[in-house]
Design a protein around this ligand. Structure first.
Ligand SMILES: *[C@@H]1O[C@H](CO)[C@@H](O)[C@H](O)[C@H]1NC(C)=O
Ligand SMILES: *[C@@H]1O[C@H](CO)[C@@H](O)[C@H](O)[C@H]1NC(C)=O
Ligand SMILES: *[C@@H]1O[C@H](CO)[C@@H](O)[C@H](O)[C@H]1NC(C)=O
Length: 222
């Protein structure tokens, strides 16, 4: 395949943050993809650490486009002649350019009832070989990682929380009508002063709650 539309996201709106239930505060408004100026207030292109991660795609600003209707479109494109990525001591051939964006803000669940709601509307392909994702990952070390939604080209949508690389709660469910937008909501809360609870919903239906060990006080990238 020459080119694969990879993921469209609209209305990334977040989140209360603060210990007090009354102190709900929107950190990234649902207008943040309306214009370049709105985007630049809250987002940067690529991954926080650069253009490469652990797959066959290299992120490029050219593959992330504001469509002018409040939608961000991320598109993968087949390329030849890119230099390989290196990840975990491995050389990974790069076959695609694709798009990623990350929030300028870091998210740190504070002790004492703190938390965030991460919400957005996504239209994601489930074509084989693609891997669109809406996820949180550690700023320092690793984990925390919460895959608030990822589509691994299987036709399903996955919701995952990692305690370690081998201790992970991973839930795959059927992904209805990939051609339509679906609303993902991920409610991340201090559970017991140490661990966080993560309640995943799709289109208003709760999928399940997972727990991340020791995520309280650990800043995360979106
Ligand atoms: C966008 O956010 C505003 C303020 O929180 C809210 O009133 C509005 O309903 C939201 N729009 C959509 C389409 O979610
Ligand atoms: C996270 O927030 C807590 C306060 O809730 C603070 O004590 C801690 O230093 C923060 N961690 C980082 C790495 O910013
Ligand atoms: C991760 O750690 C939390 C807190 O200890 C625990 O509740 C959860 O079951 C663990 N996840 C897995 C997959 O073991």
């Amino acid at each position: 395949m020459k080119s694969l539309p990879s993921c469209l996201a609209a209305l990334l709106l977040l989140l209360p943050s603060v210990p007090l239930a009354s102190a709900k505060h929107i950190m990234i408004p649902n207008t943040s993809f309306n214009s370049q100026a709105d985007f630049d207030t809250d987002w940067n292109y690529l991954y926080p650490w650069g253009s490469d991660h652990n797959g066959a795609a290299r992120m490029s600003k050219s593959q992330a486009r504001l469509s002018g209707d409040g939608t961000l479109t991320l598109t993968a494109r087949r390329v030849d002649g890119e230099k390989p990525a290196s990840h975990g001591g491995q050389q990974i051939p790069i076959r695609y350019l694709s798009g990623a964006v990350h929030a300028k803000e870091h998210f740190n669940v504070s002790r004492g009832g703190g938390g965030y709601d991460f919400s957005g509307e996504f239209r994601a392909t489930t074509a084989r070989g693609t891997w669109p994702a809406f996820w949180l990952t550690a700023v320092q070390g690793w984990p925390p990682e919460v895959d608030m939604a990822e589509w691994k080209g299987s036709g399903k949508i996955s919701f995952n929380t990692f305690n370690t690389s081998s201790q992970v709660r991973a839930r795959d469910v059927a992904y209805p009508s990939p051609g339509a937008f679906h609303r993902i909501l991920c409610e991340v809360r201090d559970h017991n002063g140490r661990d966080v609870s993560v309640k995943f919903s799709m289109d208003g239906n709760v999928i399940e709650t997972q727990y991340g060990r020791g995520f309280v006080g650990q800043p995360m990238y979106l």
